[in-house]
Design a protein around this ligand. Structure first.
Ligand SMILES: Cc1cc2nc3c(=O)[nH]c(=O)nc-3n(C[C@H](O)[C@H](O)[C@H](O)COP(=O)(O)OP(=O)(O)OC[C@H]3O[C@@H](n4cnc5c(N)ncnc54)[C@H](O)[C@@H]3O)c2cc1C
Length: 375
């Protein structure tokens, strides 16, 4: 039996960042990750609230070093520009794996242990408090605090008996990584169509671009099943200002990405808490999941360190200091749901769009107009 102060299940952004903060505070942390490495695919944008958290912990320079910085997203509807959203401090584009690796590498200096290729079998305890984690390979881990940072299908959440409610969207999402073209390098462009399609094109580094295509669920088979010409024909109807993208999209390899909103009934139980995608999922077009997760990890680290191993104080602080995050995430999830329902309707989309949530998240009220409505 290994004993530690905090066991974190999941080595994604949330798990690694919390491990780093706790390691820096002298806590003995073990991160249990089912995969052989930190996750290889995921989000690309770190917005202002996330950059502020990274800056508070001296990490923004490390993250920025190989990142791209952008400050405008231009939106289109049925091929016409409809608005530009401006980000006063810019936002960072850094592929998820690289971002998580920066944080993971910093953990090594803090003595954080990572157990890769390790899955939990069950959590043992009295029903209110977790005493230890039993792993599938027979190892046991006793921890004062247990964090489920193990993604949307969280085994920790299930073991704690915390309910989740998922709602799917009427569209499917596909993504491809393609060679960078001049128009994609120039500006991030996000296109919607009244037919219920959307496409987002942006650079991920100096050589490559990411292209997302969303389309009504019923049209996926007839489009992606029918090969490149069917897809390109559909995109030509509304992706108008990215003509050179068609040179690279025909040969792209497309991957389906499951998306759904997810809410859970509680963020903690006894000495265990949920973090990141184990706790909430919102529509990716909000672009704020990582920023909220970084802030949540910061709050959790503060609570765990202040409680200093006192289980009653820990539970009280989780209830008063961490549980309220559920309401804030709820607002983001509701916003993502409302916004995504307006994608086909230009006027409704513009009316629903909340620049404060896109630019600042839940951290600050917006003081000025950062959205220019065009046309
Ligand atoms: C398509 C898409 C685009 C997005 N784009 C953005 C964006 O641009 N900006 C943004 O801020 N947010 C974005 N998000 C949200 C963002 O991806 C999440 O907020 C963030 O990845 C949450 O990190 P995490 O550490 O909770 O989860 P994850 O990265 O999912 O990490 C969970 C880890 O737990 C491990 N695990 C799972 N089960 C077990 C188990 N039983 N035992 C051990 N380990 C386990 C997994 O292998 C994984 O490594 C996007 C989301 C989606 C779906």
């Amino acid at each position: 039996m290994t004993t530690c102060d905090v066991a974190i299940v999941g080595a994604g952004l949330g798990g690694c960042f919390l491990a780093l903060l706790l390691g820096r505070s002298g806590r003995h942390v073990v991160v249990v990750e089912q995969g052989p490495t930190v996750p290889t695919a995921g989000a690309d944008f770190v917005k202002r609230p996330g950059m502020q958290v990274l800056a508070r912990h001296g990490l923004v320079g490390l993250v920025e070093r190989h990142a791209l910085k952008r400050d405008i997203v231009r939106y289109y509807h049925d091929g016409e520009p409809i608005q530009e959203c401006r980000y006063p401090d810019g936002f960072l584009i850094r592929p998820y794996r690289e971002l998580v690796e920066v944080i993971y590498s910093s953990c090594a200096m803090q003595g954080v242990e990572f157990w890769f290729d390790s899955q939990i079998d069950h959590l043992a305890g009295d029903g209110e408090h977790v005493e230890h984690l039993s792993l599938a390979d027979g190892r046991e881990l006793r921890a004062g605090v247990v964090i489920g940072a193990d993604g949307t299908r969280s085994a920790v959440r299930q073991a704690l008996g915390i309910d989740k409610e998922s709602t799917s969207y009427p569209h499917l999402l596909r993504v491809a990584t393609v060679p960078l073209t001049a128009s994609i390098a120039q500006l991030n462009r996000l296109y919607f169509s009244s037919g219920g399609w959307f496409s987002y094109l942006y650079p991920v580094n100096h050589d490559q671009a990411r292209v997302f295509v969303g389309l009504p669920a019923g049209e996926d088979g007839a489009t992606f099943g029918a090969g490149a010409p069917a897809l390109l024909d559909a995109l030509r109807g509304f992706v108008t200002d990215s003509p050179d993208a068609y040179d690279v999209l025909g040969s792209a390899s497309w991957h389906a990405i499951p998306i759904a909103a997810m809410r859970v009934s509680a963020y903690h139980k006894g000495n265990a808490a949920l973090l990141g995608s184990a706790a909430f999922a919102c529509h990716p077009m909000t672009g704020m999941g990582m920023s909220y997760t970084l802030h949540d990890a910061e709050i959790l680290a503060e609570i765990i360190c202040t409680a200093e191993g006192d289980p009653k104080l820990l539970e009280k602080m989780l209830e008063t200091g961490y549980e309220p995050r559920r309401r804030m995430h709820g607002e983001l999830i509701d916003y993502g749901d409302a916004l995504s329902s307006t994608f086909p309707d230009r006027g409704a989309y513009l009316r629903s769009f909340r620049q404060d949530l896109h630019v600042f998240g839940d951290t600050e009220p917006i003081g000025e107009e950062f959205v220019k409505v065009m046309g």
